[in-house]
Design a protein around this ligand. Sequence first.
Ligand code: UT7
Length: 329
Amino acid sequence: MQTNFIIRGFGHYAPERILTNADLEKIVDTTDEWITTRTGIKQRHIVTEGEAASDMALKSSLAALAEAGLEPGDLTHIVVATFTPDSMIPSTACVLQHKLGIKGQMCIDVSAACSGFLYALQTARGYLTLDPEAKVLVVASEVISRRTNWEDRSTCVLFGDASGAVVLTGGDEGETPRVMDMKLAADGSLGDLLSVHGGGSAYSYKLGEPVGEEFFVQMQGRETFKHAVRNMTSICEALLEENGVVKEDIDVLLTHQANWRIIDAVGRKFGIVPEKVFSNIDRYANTSAASIPVALSEAVKTAFIKPGDLVLLTSFGGGFTWGSALVRF
Ligand code: UT7
């Protein structure tokens, strides 16, 4: 049985507090010029004390539900992508369900770092294939600022906090925006190039001992950069070929927002002109799993993406994990 995967609503949220490159110049040995030319980032949003991934997820979810014309109680599944969950237990999906004031739905967290949203979207497609009546909330929410080593200039300038959400349901032939097809991949042998080992069971902790560097994001940036460009390009090529789509058919390229130079390199490899490449990295920095749904929500609300557009999404992140998706608006 063929199920249609329709995105009924988009929502995004970022904390009010903004940390500029000039602010970072006062914290670590860096400059606005270095950050801007190497990454394209000008500022990032940072949570306030007491604000958790589930709080941001609640705000982006309510926005997506409102746009979908649905109540929280209409949902059948909640899938949250995050590498910065509120807690190890309960899952952030369960916390979010409680904050939405509902009970009974299946709730699950997905861990695929910056590819988390696409992995969660594929998970949602699986639930919809099992039950075409399902109404699935797919949320990505990241509080990376609490997993940032603010003494490490090679990582602390790169990330920000945010959340993005979509509501996915079945639908009739011809309805849009529709997820046409997706492809996901991973290579666990490269996991140590981008990691947050601290808090996991491979490390032992004793009460009262201070946390070490492994508690925070650690990345070999240059190596990660190369794999990001190579793998996003190849998985997009494979997806297009399998769907009989040529590069000229793509109206908008929307990639994970890790570095403007990576986004630009993927666009160039596809011969997609910069005017068709969406980016908001200057304002949000890298928000990991949240970057694609936040960018999607903004691109729709600002009419960068228009009805009828064919949009190519692609992500790359820790694991390593990567993926691509074709969405017809
Ligand atoms: O989201 C998941 C996927 N993530 C990514 O895809 C990120 C991939 N990597 C990148 O985006 C880039 O590699 C970075 C932005 C992280 C770094 O850019 P780069 O051009 O690869 O720089 P680099 O790490 O090779 O460092 C170049 C220089 C070094 O100095 P020396 O050794 O050449 O003297 C660094 O120490 O820049 C120095 N540096 C800095 N200088 C000022 C590193 N961080 C900073 C900084 N400010 N914040």
